[in-house]
Design a protein around this ligand. Structure first.
Ligand SMILES: Nc1nc2c(c(=O)[nH]1)N[C@H]1C(S)=C(S)[C@@H](COP(=O)(O)OP(=O)(O)OC[C@H]3O[C@@H](n4cnc5c(=O)[nH]c(N)nc54)[C@H](O)[C@@H]3O)O[C@H]1N2
Ligand SMILES: Nc1nc2c(c(=O)[nH]1)N[C@H]1C(S)=C(S)[C@@H](COP(=O)(O)OP(=O)(O)OC[C@H]3O[C@@H](n4cnc5c(=O)[nH]c(N)nc54)[C@H](O)[C@@H]3O)O[C@H]1N2
Ligand SMILES: [Mo]
Length: 760
């Protein structure tokens, strides 16, 4: 157990606190002083205000006066910056020159202001008009086979935009709709659908007020969903017990100081968050949860023998689940020795955690990328569901499974049709509404899109937000293959790396941000999002747009669609652009059970819940029951250990949002001034014959003959289990083989990448 010692370098204060306010001030300094910016922050995540562009955590019905966190404020200020990336900037810098700039420097240029076309002769972006851009892109798409094109979505676009974008793809004739969730919680969408019949978590905010224990696996609340710290702090204060599994000792999972509570700030009192904290091996959760299950079943056997009273919920298991006997047998056959070896944790530690599980009436299982981004991530999720089911912790208040989603509307986009899997979409409803036959073949997800680009099958890529080439694995090969495409179009707010690798014909289309006023024919518009807890919220931007030349994402999608598709009296792009309420009516007509009275309910405080059958113990699975699953391995990383081979964890810092790097201060981990570090525990540094401060390269050890390397990394001592190293995402992405992904969902396995270290 490692809840007392702490070898982490640098910062040892709690999450939150003054540090978080200073973190914001350091980056945005004087931009924060403007009254308009403060007004924007005040409206963040409030009913009638706008919904944060950062994470997807739930928004309470009774918000705090400032319902945002350090990172939500950074994300908003990033969008609200006074800096502009204008045609003059592009006239000064060629695209080849910009390719040498860092991610940070690119985004530092501020908001994009004009639609731009890439001019190959001068290797520069040149300004163009919206009409020219739409017409040219439309003509290109008309000339291509729809199945050779990819329509990517990053998880920020609204439900209205996402619905129309997916409709555009299907009217045009394909289901190639990968989105950022393919790199993120796709593991969840596939595995939870399989075992409980719902692709999303079962918890709502009030469950966190009623639970007695929360088990966290690989989710860094303090950095990535800091508003979740408030309900956690309240839970701990009323006696809820928290157990955390994470190879890294993350500050926000250890202690929290509420920057919005003057007493806590002035008295310097922290709330400890985790009662037990286990530095599991990367990919060791599958074994750790198996250990928890084994402990529960051993206690059950003892309790039954001595008291004839069950510890497990036999009624729930009998009535609601499938294959418990097979699972019990599998647990019995799995030895503690294997569990200890694969998890890196002792039986005593797992028993201590298992006791907390057994003693709690209501338990919630929370997880994030530390679970989903492994070769057998889906099996780990299945194991967590097994554990919860043993004591009926599914489909009852105060209990359940809660994957914490990333982007602010990533879950919602899936809800309204962004899916490469046509079976997830009510195609009949689309056919009826718009009078066409939607394509029924499966489309490409992110990994398949990358394979298609490398193979030359994919000829066009449209990116609705995001930074695809930076976020995906296998960057070197991907960037090379990218330029082989005929058409690339990026819809974005700020400049990033993906805008610098272009197809033959390339456009960069700048859009409004969510905090900005979206004025259309019928007046100012509202957009909607779905949070991680399946609640839908309206969002109204009020800021003056960053440039008068920007269009809304919805207007851009409609403009592209109109220029590409033949006219159809049932498809009214202009009318929909003029009034987003009409798009909500279409969403309601397509998904009547979930979106009844959509426009009327969208400002419900706390959002309106779109429902989840699994919460009512109705299981839309193949068997009609919730399914126990038997793991085929206890090693989620999917490869063998070998001398000199390490499991690389790719980390997010507190000072970034995905590929957007705000700054170089990972305050909560004490890594300052650089991101070019290789974190290793001191014993491993010594065993590898290295020294602190030495510069090394990481080399892929995927064993597929492909050379992948990232150099210039400074060896830095850090508290981590043996056999693994950690470094930052996205810098490490060139090291990840495209084939290294979750077996079921194809989510890239970014949390244990096989690497070797080479001294430089
Ligand atoms: N500030 C900020 N907020 C964000 C984002 C951001 O980049 N910055 N990104 C957004 C997005 S898109 C997403 S998906 C979420 C991501 O949020 P998280 O799900 O928290 O994702 P990560 O930070 O990548 O990794 C989570 C944790 O997993 C741990 N970990 C790594 N390997 C393992 C393992 O094998 N087992 C266990 N148990 N833990 C492991 C890491 O140490 C890390 O603490 O956050 C969202 N919010
Ligand atoms: N190694 C490794 N790789 C990973 C991960 C990891 O943990 N490790 N995490 C994965 C995960 S969880 C995810 S979600 C992906 C992220 O992948 P993406 O979602 O593709 O990437 P982001 O970095 O979030 O995209 C940032 C860009 O979005 C644009 N943008 C910002 N706001 C808006 C807006 O309102 N509208 C539009 N149109 N554009 C906007 C800006 O131009 C900005 O540069 O990366 C994945 N890749
Ligand atoms: Mo994500």
């Amino acid at each position: 157990m490692s809840d007392s010692s702490d070898e982490t370098v640098g910062y040892d204060g709690p999450a939150g606190g003054w540090g978080s306010l200073q973190g914001i001030a350091r980056i945005f300094g004087k931009e924060m002083d403007s009254p308009a910016v403060l007004e924007t922050l005040r409206r963040q995540n409030k009913p009638g205000g706008f919904m944060c562009v950062s994470c997807a955590w739930g928004k309470p019905a009774k918000p705090h006066p400032f319902e945002f966190c350090e990172n939500g404020a950074k994300a908003t200020l990033w969008e609200a910056t006074s800096r502009r990336c204008t045609p003059d900037f592009f006239a000064e810098h060629s695209v080849s020159e910009l390719q040498g700039w860092t991610d940070h420097a690119l985004e530092q240029q501020g908001r994009l202001t004009h639609p731009m076309r890439y001019d190959r002769a001068s290797d520069r972006y040149v300004p163009t008009s919206w009409q020219e851009a739409f017409d040219a892109i439309g003509a290109e798409l008309q000339a291509l086979d729809p199945w050779s094109t990819i329509f990517y979505t990053s998880g920020r676009a609204s439900l209205e935009t996402a619905y129309l974008y997916a409709l555009f793809a299907r009217l045009y004739g394909h289901n190639n709709l990968p989105d950022s969730s393919n790199m993120c919680h796709e593991t969840t969408s596939v595995e939870l659908k399989k075992v409980i019949g719902s692709p999303v978590g079962t918890c709502v905010l009030s469950d966190f007020e009623l639970c007695d224990a929360i088990f966290f696996f690989g989710q860094n609340t303090g950095s990535n969903s800091p508003r979740f710290l408030h309900p956690l702090q309240e839970a701990v204060q009323r006696g809820c017990r928290i157990v955390t599994f994470n190879p890294v000792r993350e500050r926000g999972s250890i202690a929290f100081r509420n920057p919005q509570s003057p007493t806590e700030m002035l008295t310097g009192k922290d709330t400890p968050i985790s009662e037990l904290y286990f530095q599991v091996k990367p990919g060791g959760d599958l074994a750790a949860i198996m250990g928890l299950c084994k402990h529960v079943l051993e206690r059950e056997a003892r309790q039954w023998a001595s008291e004839q009273r069950h510890l497990i919920d036999v009624d729930f298991i009998a009535q609601h689940t499938q294959d418990f006997d097979g699972f019990r047998q599998c647990v019995e056959q799995t030895g503690w020795e294997e569990i200890e070896r694969e998890s890196g944790l002792s039986r005593a530690d797992l028993a201590a955690a298992g006791d907390i599980y057994c003693e709690a009436r209501n338990v919630i299982g929370v997880y994030g990328m530390g679970v989903t981004q492994h070769v057998h991530g889906s099996q780990t999720i299945g194991m967590l569901v097994n554990l919860l089911m043993l004591r009926g912790n599914l489909g009852k208040e105060g209990a359940g499974i809660s994957p914490v989603r990333g982007h602010s509307n990533v879950q919602g986009q899936r809800t309204v049709g962004i899916a490469e899997k046509p079976e997830l979409v009510p195609l009949d409803a689309l056919k009826k509404l718009f009078g066409f036959d939607p394509p029924t073949e499966k489309g490409m997800n992110t990994v398949e899109a990358c394979e298609g680009i490398i193979a030359g099958r994919v000829k066009a890529f449209i990116g609705l937000g995001g930074n695809f080439v930076r976020a995906i694995p296998e960057r070197a090969r991907m960037e090379k293959a990218w330029t082989g495409m005929r058409l690339t179009v990026q819809i974005a707010t700020r400049l990033n790396r993906s805008h610098l690798v272009n197809g033959e014909v390339a456009y960069l289309l700048p859009c409004l941000g969510r905090s900005e006023e979206d004025m259309q024919a019928s007046g100012p518009q509202t957009v909607t999002m779905e949070d991680s807890l399946s609640c839908i919220h309206g969002s109204v931007g009020k800021r003056k747009p960053a440039s008068e030349h920007l269009l809304s994402e919805l207007a851009i999608v409609a403009g592209l669609a109109k220029a590409t598709l033949p006219t159809n009296p049932k498809v009214r792009w202009d009318e929909w652009t003029g009034d987003y309420g009409k798009v909500r009516d279409l969403i309601e007509a397509t998904y009547p059970d979930q979106f009844a009275d959509f426009s009327k309910r969208m400002f419900t405080p706390g959002g309106f819940y779109r429902g989840n059958k699994a919460r009512e113990r109705i299981w839309a699975t193949e068997s009609g029951k919730a399914e126990f699953t038997l793991p085929t391995t206890l090693r989620a990383c999917g490869f063998e250990d070998a001398p000199g081979r390490y499991r690389l964890i790719t980390l997010r810092s507190n000072d970034q949002f995905n590929t957007t790097i705000y700054g170089y201060s990972d305050r909560m981990r004490g890594v300052e001034g650089t991101r070019d570090v290789l974190l290793m525990n001191p014993d491993e540094i010594a065993r590898a014959g290295l020294e602190t401060g030495q510069v090394v390269a990481l080399v892929s050890d995927a064993g597929d003959g492909e050379h992948r390397e990232v150099g210039g990394l400074v060896v830095t001592p850090f508290s981590l289990p043996d056999g693994c190293v950690a470094a930052y995402y996205p810098e490490m992405n060139p090291l990840i083989a495209l084939s290294h992904h979750d077996q079921l969902s194809k989510t890239p396995a970014s949390k244990s990448v096989p690497v070797r270290i080479r001294a430089e």
